[in-house]
Design a protein around this ligand. Structure first.
Ligand code: MN
Length: 533
């Protein structure tokens, strides 16, 4: 019996850290889905190879062919049998972030349909180590034979693949002489230079593709709508309104303003990356329905007109007059709905449902004052980096999209907000004591004398910091973006360095840098005398 799809994909999942990667225009139409399909992806990872994949039993059964398949029947190529890939990967073309499993660039080098020859059950033929297929592709045609020859030292099955001598055979034919994608007409170099999609090899297949290409059918449909209309997205129909309303003025004089359509597009496309930071948590919305030039307001109660498919949570501890029902953002459609609702800034709680009194992060917030320079912010951030290093505590930095930097420290649930607040305060006081000229401990803004505040007070229930990948209410629509620690030394870094225009390209390039805050569980070490002096 062939294993079920989920079992078949276990190995695929095991290789990937499910919270970190991205990967899949003048091309040929995709093959029909009512016949078994094949795809060959040219993949420049650590080593160049061609991934030859046959759709069977609900997955893509796969071989890596270092030199690529050939139409020349005298050429026998090594093909290493690798783990099955999810069907969703079939037409992937784009980049897998550096540091991810398979990090590199991928094009759809060939695709089409195939017939298994003399094999009523191709899955069984693969198990038995010999498969004959007739390919109907754009580049590959005719009969190919695949034969298992043994295993390498690491236990990988080594196969040989070669073309039969038939009317499609071509002497001297080499894959490297045919370098362009059949999907987009692009080369690997062109895709790597300008990727519009990435594959999170560590994410479940349904959300693994982060796709900023305008050819994405659902996004193309959004762009085709008038000022209002019904939009099919993520399995629901959203009623979108005022799509051409300007929400963000341009940053530079003469620049293009950004509209509600742009906001919906951003949240719809970043959803696979952003949702892990929102799901399972109540959400506070910072709304600017008339644009960021007008005052915004906090909105916590889910409105009565919200569609019923939106997940919600009831706060049983709400006092009289306090919000009771909260949105829980757990699917792309919810993010698109929030954008249409004018919720520009999204703040998920620091704790998860139902244990809302147990924070999952200790939050460090470097909040610049009026006289705090960017260099001052960097100085303070570096001091935190040093302190966390001494304490052997992992923290992930992100720019806020305005002027500050935050550091999120993931913890094992258990401590109360009082505990995390006291810990962050103690570390912050130690840091403030080393640079008293930069920091004020005054509560009121006007009393701070333009100095920065190291704000530990947001470590409290129903107090929040802006979520990673959230848009900020400022001209140009800047985004709160995770960074690497070493980027503190990059001269071009600014808190508002990325906007919804270029944040997607950034995510394509570096993946989700915040990912470890989802998986690392730490106990905050006792600070003893170190921090109290
Ligand atoms: Mn590969």
């Amino acid at each position: 019996m062939a294993p079920h799809r989920t079992e078949r994909l276990d190995e695929y999942a095991a290789k990937r850290d499910f919270a970190r990667t991205p990967e899949p225009s003048g091309g040929t139409p995709a093959p029909p889905t009512d016949q078994p399909r094949f795809v060959v992806q040219r993949h420049r990872a650590r080593r160049l190879h061609y991934d030859f994949r046959l759709e069977m039993d609900g997955v893509l059964v796969s071989w890596a062919i270092p030199k690529g398949p050939s139409l020349d029947p005298s050429v026998k190529r090594l093909a290493v049998h690798v783990e099955d890939h999810p069907i969703e990967y079939f037409d992937f073309e784009g980049v897998i972030p550096r540091g991810e499993y398979g990090g590199g660039d991928v094009i759809v080098w060939d695709w089409g349909t195939y017939e298994a020859v003399h094999a009523p059950d191709p899955v069984r033929a693969v198990e038995q180590g010999e498969l004959h297929v007739e390919l109907h592709g754009q580049k590959l045609h005719g009969r190919f034979v695949m034969i298992r020859r043994g295993e390498d030292a690491s236990g990988k099955e080594q196969w040989l693949v070669f073309h039969k001598r038939d009317e499609h055979a071509v002497a001297g034919w080499d894959a490297e002489d045919h370098p362009r994608s059949v999907r987009s007409g692009r080369t690997n170099d062109e895709v790597a230079a300008n990727p519009d999609a990435s594959w999170r090899s560590d994410a479940p297949a349904a959300v693994a593709r982060v796709d900023f290409s305008s050819s994405r059918p659902d996004i193309a449909a959004l762009d085709a709508l008038g000022a209002r209309g019904d939009w099919e997205f993520d399995g629901v129909t959203l009623k979108l309104t005022n799509l051409d309303k300007v929400l963000f003025p341009p940053r530079e004089k003469g620049g293009e303003p950004l509209t509600k359509r742009d906001l919906v597009r951003w949240y719809a496309t970043i959803a696979p990356v952003m949702l892990p930071y929102l799901e399972g948590r109540p959400l506070n919305m910072h709304r600017y329905p008339d644009g960021v030039d007008k005052p915004g307001f906090w909105h916590k109660e889910i409105p009565s007109h919200a569609p019923e498919w939106i997940t919600r949570w009831h706060n049983d501890e709400a006092d009289e007059g306090e919000s009771e029902w909260y949105v829980v953002a757990d699917r792309p459609a919810t993010l698109a709905w929030l954008a249409n609702f004018g919720a520009i800034e999204l703040h998920a709680w620091t704790s998860c449902i139902p244990h809302v009194h147990e924070p999952t992060y200790a939050l460090i917030d470097i909040d610049p004052g009026g006289d705090t320079s960017w260099d001052d912010v960097l100085t303070l951030t570096r001091l935190y980096r040093t302190a966390l290093g001494h304490l052997h505590v992992f923290g992930a930095p992100k720019v806020t999209g305005q002027r500050g930097i935050q550091i999120w420290v993931p913890i094992e649930p258990g401590p109360s907000f009082d505990d995390t607040r006291a810990w962050v305060e103690a570390v912050s006081r130690a840091i403030g004591n080393t640079v008293p000229e930069l920091v004020s401990w005054k509560w009121e803004k006007h009393a701070r004398g333009g100095l920065a505040r190291l704000d530990y007070t947001q470590n409290a229930i129903n107090k929040t910091l802006v979520a990673p990948y959230s848009v900020r209410p400022a001209p140009g629509a800047p985004v709160s973006m995770p960074i690497r620690w070493d980027e503190l030394d990059a001269p071009e870094l600014r808190s508002d360095r990325w906007t919804i225009r270029d944040a997607g390209a950034r995510v394509m390039e570096v993946g989700d840098l915040f990912h470890d805050v989802l998986t690392r569980k730490q106990r905050l070490p006792s600070l003893g005398d170190a921090a109290s002096t």
